[in-house]
Write a protein that binds this ligand. Structure first.
Ligand code: ATP
Length: 514
């Protein structure tokens, strides 16, 4: 199945089974805003719990906070967001569609990369085992021509971004003959900067209202609370502050379901270190974060690092963790070494001293910061993309199954009486009452047992417990495993321990510590 079709199927599956709904749907929706349904909210909460525990239980020097969404407007001046949190936008005059100029150029570069990859693949098939890719890339005239073109566009593009040269961005689009995918024309407007922050008014106008912003990231709430947490928690550098919360960005192009939303949720951690030790800590967090992702078992090959060669002026190292979504490898998490930029800026703009006295060194300094910043919604999408599977069964039927990590699945088990009569329903209810305190359980007695299994497969329930006539005789049930569909007979009294062993988030946490 084409990856595009897989993505469409995931989106409709999310809606059909209560994971994600378009926001305000009965009013025809609101662009790039989504609601999480009954299954979605459970999965999302489990992702947040997994991250929170990985940060605050596995590291005794990482503590959490929950800061407000509204903050003093000067914070966004200090952080650079008022002046520089912009995307370059361009419109096509014929289709009236709006695009990010940088994304159009990036897609053009990716198109050249694809052409090169196709040539390499063709040649590798032709030459078989004797194929030397390196030699082919450096000698084949067609590949060399593509590569030269790519390098030229790439270096112009990098320079234009660095110099903030909007005219040059437009010129690259014209020179490379990029057309609008909708109208097919090259009738482009000028490129303009567009600030991504949403703003609103606080206070009534009569009193003199203040323009404030909806936070575009949660990190600033951590920076401005650095001293509060350090002092009240008696924290010693190195230490970290973690936070989960909503962030808002008025994204220009928001077409990839929950990958790019205007209201989304971030999980961020700022780790404060001694100046000079930041690169060592950057490496540690880079490793630790990839382990967190891989522990979910979606497939190690689906992850890769993307180290930044163009760094923000305040950063001295940066990498993204990318996941192979149905629409290609995309950023899920960013890890940045941000030097002392943020704390120094807040010191400057607030006029308050933000320093740490290091008793071991006997001196004060502004700590350096390693930031790990991850979108809950993008993790959600990576899990759905990795877990969605259509299977042809031996009996000729097919099933859609979400192979979610059992520890994160919204519903852990379903209790299913084989038939409603003969006291099986009552026995099933008794089992539900025994298990509901520890696990999110579903009870289902409608339709054939096969259909009921399918319903649970579709929401990723790892275990189905079937109550049959034998249950009444010897107090045993069958457990059916979602992925293998294997069934085993176990005593009712052992259910709790069998299931807890499999669904506890602790399992994931144990995988990520060395
Ligand atoms: P992109 O380049 O994809 O716009 P970014 O580099 O601007 O992302 P950061 O500012 O580093 O993203 O934000 C950290 C994390 O927050 C991202 O890795 C991503 O998981 C998440 N995130 C950022 N923007 C969005 C969005 N519009 N919708 C959903 N998640 C987002």
């Amino acid at each position: 199945m084409a990856q595009e079709d897989v993505f469409k199927k995931i989106i409709s599956h999310c809606k059909e089974y209560g994971f994600v709904f378009p926001s305000s749907e009965i009013y025809d929706g609101l662009g790039a805003v989504y609601d999480y349904g009954q299954c979605g909210v459970e999965l999302k909460n489990n992702i947040k719990r997994y991250w929170w525990d990985a940060m605050t239980l596995l590291n005794e020097n990482v503590v959490g906070i929950d800061s407000a969404i509204f903050m003093h407007p000067t914070i966004w001046k200090a952080s650079g967001h008022v002046d520089a949190f912009n995307d370059p936008l361009i419109d096509n005059k014929d289709s009236k569609k709006r695009y990010r100029a940088d994304v159009l150029i990036e897609e053009h570069l990716a198109g050249i990369d694809d052409k090169i990859a196709r040539e390499v693949e063709k040649a590798s098939r032709r030459f078989g085992a004797s194929f030397d890719e390196e030699q082919f890339r450096t000698t084949n005239p067609r590949v060399m021509e593509y590569q030269a073109k790519r390098d030229e566009v790439h270096s112009r593009f990098a320079k234009a971004l660095n110099d903030n040269n909007l005219e040059e961005l437009r010129q690259i689009i014209i020179d490379t003959e990029i057309v609008c995918p909708v109208s097919g024309t090259r009738n482009w407007t000028e490129v303009r900067q567009f600030n991504l922050m949403f703003s609103t008014e606080m206070g009534s106008t009569a009193d003199g209202s203040t323009r404030i912003y909806l936070r575009p990231e949660t990190a600033q709430g951590i920076f401005v609370n650095f001293l509060n947490v350090q002092k009240s928690g008696r924290m010693k550098v190195p230490f970290g502050i973690a936070q989960i919360g909503k962030a808002f960005r008025n994204e220009i192009v928001a077409r990839q379901f929950i990958f790019r939303m205007r209201e989304f949720e971030q999980m961020e951690m700022q780790f404060f270190v001694r100046p000079g030790e930041e690169i060592e800590w950057f490496r540690k967090w880079k490793d630790a974060r990839l382990r967190w992702h891989k522990a979910m078992g979606l497939g190690d090959a689906k992850y890769r690092y993307h180290d930044h060669d163009k760094l923000a002026h305040y950063a001295n190292a940066a990498t993204d963790i990318e996941f192979e979504m149905p629409f290609g490898f995309k950023e899920v998490e960013g890890i940045h070494s941000r030097t002392d930029f943020d704390l120094s800026q807040h010191e400057k703009y607030s006029g308050k001293k933000i320093q740490y006295f290091d008793t071991e060194l006997g001196q004060s300094y502004t700590p350096y910061v390693i930031e790990t910043s991850i979108g809950v919604d993008r993790v959600f999408l990576s899990i759905l993309s990795g877990a969605y599977s259509e299977e042809q069964l031996e009996n000729g039927e097919s099933r859609v199954v979400l192979k979610l990590p059992a520890e994160l699945a919204p519903v852990k088990l379903a209790v299913l009486p084989l038939v409603k009569k003969d006291g099986l329903a009552e026995k099933a209810e008794e089992i539900m009452n025994m298990l509901r305190f520890d696990f999110r359980c579903r009870y289902d007695e409608k339709d054939s047992i096969g259909k009921r299994y399918r319903r649970q497969d579709a929401i990723g329930t790892p275990y189905c417990i079937t109550v049959d006539h034998e249950t009444l005789q010897n107090d045993t049930v069958t457990i059916r495993h979602r992925d293998s569909m294997a069934q085993e007979r176990v005593p009712v009294t052992e259910l709790n321990s069998i299931i807890s062993e499999k669904v506890n988030i602790k399992n994931l946490l144990k995988k990520i510590i060395n």
